[in-house]
Design a protein around this ligand. Structure first.
Ligand code: ATP
Ligand code: MG
Length: 275
């Protein structure tokens, strides 16, 4: 007899989130942690309240993308740190959309940080920490069997559509969407139909957001570059998006960092093999 999923056991623990089984096999719970990492895990810290803020910000952005009919995994928020998502077969790629030169792009191409790109540039990286997420082209992706050409087309058009929409959302709150990273997965219907859906998270961990007037950074670069005020910056993004709860519930939620389902077993390395 098939055993029901153990709700207390994580399926996977990543650097920023923990995945737990959802109420049925087609869903997952994404639990947002306060852990911050950069430079392929070489730099680490805990930023109190980050998980709560990213959960709220990502909920708002995915819900807004659902409102324009962009297929994505978000179902609903469960509590201040957790959201229910549809379980997808993840495509091991990071899709990066750039509107303004920054970070590794600025270095690699000698294009001064802050240069507005004449058109949005979409880049792909293989999602593999052991290889430091190397850049890959369409040929690598199809030759390695990571995604079918039709899926690549879908990822590209979903990314550009998300970019146009998100640029508008952030512009309305005085922020420039400099660049961001997306992840996609396959949704497989009972009749065997497969389609590509947007997954993971969209938050100041995965976007570069600069103030339109002051150019101040409101994203993970504050952590990467030791600029300080990381939590304040994330909180300001949440405040401008009007998803910030009152201070007392935020403080309570920040302290309650244990996944609702249980205390997590420390066998993370073993569990990670399952996803
Ligand atoms: N709908 C989904 N179904 C299945 N897996 C998902 C879904 N959405 C996101 N994931 C996966 O959940 C994991 C989330 O963990 P986390 O963000 O901590 O990532 P990570 O991959 O360990 O690290 P990083 O994002 O820093 O590279 C990722 O592996 C992501 O690909
Ligand atoms: Mg991640």
């Amino acid at each position: 007899m098939k055993r029901p999923p153990n709700r207390s056991q994580p399926i996977y623990e990543g650097k920023a989130k923990i995945l737990l089984p959802g109420p049925d096999s087609s869903t997952l719970i994404q639990h947002f942690k306060d852990d911050a990492t950069a430079f392929n895990n070489k730099k680490r810290a805990k930023i109190e309240g980050k998980g709560v803020l990213n959960n709220l910000i990502s909920e708002y952005l995915f819900q807004s993308l659902s409102d324009i009919g962009l297929a994505n995994h978000f179902l609903h928020r469960i509590n201040m740190r957790e959201q229910l998502v549809r379980r997808l077969e993840m495509i091991p790629l990071e899709v990066i959309v750039r509107n303004v030169s920054a970070g590794s792009f600025a270095e690699r191409y000698g294009c001064a940080e802050g240069t507005i790109l004449p058109r949005s540039i979409v880049e792909y990286c293989l999602k593999d920490d052991n290889l430091c997420d190397p850049p890959v082209g369409e040929d690598h992706i199809t030759a390695f069997g990571l995604a079918h050409p039709n899926e690549l087309d879908d990822m590209l058009s979903l990314s550009l559509r998300a970019n146009d929409f998100l640029q508008g959302i952030f512009r309305a709150i005085g922020l420039r969407l400099v660049d961001f990273k997306l992840e996609f997965g396959r949704s497989i219907e009972e009749n065997g139909d497969v389609s590509v859906w947007l997954a993971d998270e969209i938050s100041p961990d995965t976007c570069r957001l600069w103030d339109r007037d002051s150019q101040e950074k409101y994203d993970k670069d504050r952590f990467r570059r030791d600029l300080g005020g990381v939590e304040d910056a994330y909180r300001e993004v949440a405040r401008r998006l009007k998803v910030l709860p009152d201070n007392s519930s935020l403080a309570a939620a920040s302290k309650a960092s244990t996944p609702r389902s249980a205390k997590l077993a420390p066998k993370v390395a073993e569990l990670n093999k399952e996803v």
